[in-house]
Write a protein that binds this ligand. Structure first.
Ligand SMILES: C[S@@+](CC[C@H](N)C(=O)[O-])C[C@H]1O[C@@H](n2cnc3c(N)ncnc32)[C@H](O)[C@@H]1O
Length: 259
């Protein structure tokens, strides 16, 4: 966490789970996970999840995809505790392990994992090149890196409206473009790199979420997180929708294979 400030605190996680579903701090829930993993066999695989948040992805990978074990890492011990709780609730504690880590190099030996995944968390890790090299190092030969993330639709300066969105969001983001991701993965040694843009899908989905926030979810969220915070988040959604419409913010699926 930057400067030890807890970014995903109780109010934010409560609001995001209300919109995105139990265990999720990112959009689309389990169907989006299934979409970015389509065609990859996870049965009996040893998997690392970078930025596991509340653990929704990890529970899904063990229960539906029959992973042998999922190790989830996150920089926030509050979230790691929540992951442990969710794993207990769904009876998968023995097939999951959640670890609080420091930002920086991954703390695993070479060729440890069959698959490395991440859902919408690498946006918080600005040095994509070092991360790609590290993921390549800890993957087994022929292992896959399969993820989704928030990408930038620009290579240099964001638009004014994108800047306004980033300021309103207030999270510690380090976005990169599809070209920058491709180059980081390729120079780390990955092959079969696929980058699939999800901007069109999320443009519609974000509008639905915005309607929910000021509609069906409003009263219960105003009680649980407070009206002021809720109004702030509604403003974040309005700004995000403009950034999505401009193509400046691009939810994206990524995959690449180690030879
Ligand atoms: C948008 S949330 C996504 C969480 C989860 N993957 C999901 O889809 O619900 C981003 C997560 O990345 C975590 N994070 C931020 N920097 C990180 C880092 N350097 N290493 C691991 N996790 C990090 C945050 O604490 C947060 O839980």
């Amino acid at each position: 966490m930057s400067n030890d400030v807890q970014e995903y605190d109780e109010n934010l996680t409560t609001l995001l789970e209300a919109i995105w579903g139990e265990g999720f701090l990112s959009p689309g829930g389990v169907s989006e996970v299934d979409r970015y993993l389509a065609g990859i066999n996870l049965t009996n695989k040893y998997i690392l999840d970078i930025g596991c948040g509340l653990g929704g992805v990890d529970i899904h990978l063990t229960r539906k995809h029959k992973a042998k074990k999922v190790v989830g890492i996150d920089v926030d011990p509050y979230l790691i505790n929540k992951c442990d709780e969710l794993a207990r609730k769904y009876g998968v504690s023995e097939r999951t392990e959640f670890l609080t880590v420091e930002p920086g190099p991954l703390v695993f030996d070479d060729q440890t994992f069959d698959i490395v995944t991440s859902k919408d968390s690498i946006i918080h890790i600005p040095d994509k090149q070092s991360l790609a090299i590290d993921i390549h190092r800890i993957l087994q030969n022929a292992g896959w890196f399969v993820a989704s993330d928030w990408l930038a639709g620009y290579n240099d300066e964001p638009s004014l409206q994108m800047q306004e969105y980033l300021i309103a969001e207030g999270l510690d983001f380090g976005l990169a473009s599809a070209e920058q991701y491709h180059s980081a993965l390729e120079s780390a040694g990955f092959v079969d790199i696929q980058i699939t843009d999800r901007n069109e899908w999320y443009k519609k989905q974000a509008r639905y979420e915005r309607t929910q926030l000021s509609g069906l979810l409003y009263d219960s969220l105003a009680t649980s997180v407070g009206k002021e915070f809720l109004e702030h988040e509604i403003d974040v959604w309005d700004k995000m929708i403009i950034a999505l419409d401009q193509g400046q913010l691009r939810p994206t699926h990524l995959r690449a294979r180690k030879m």
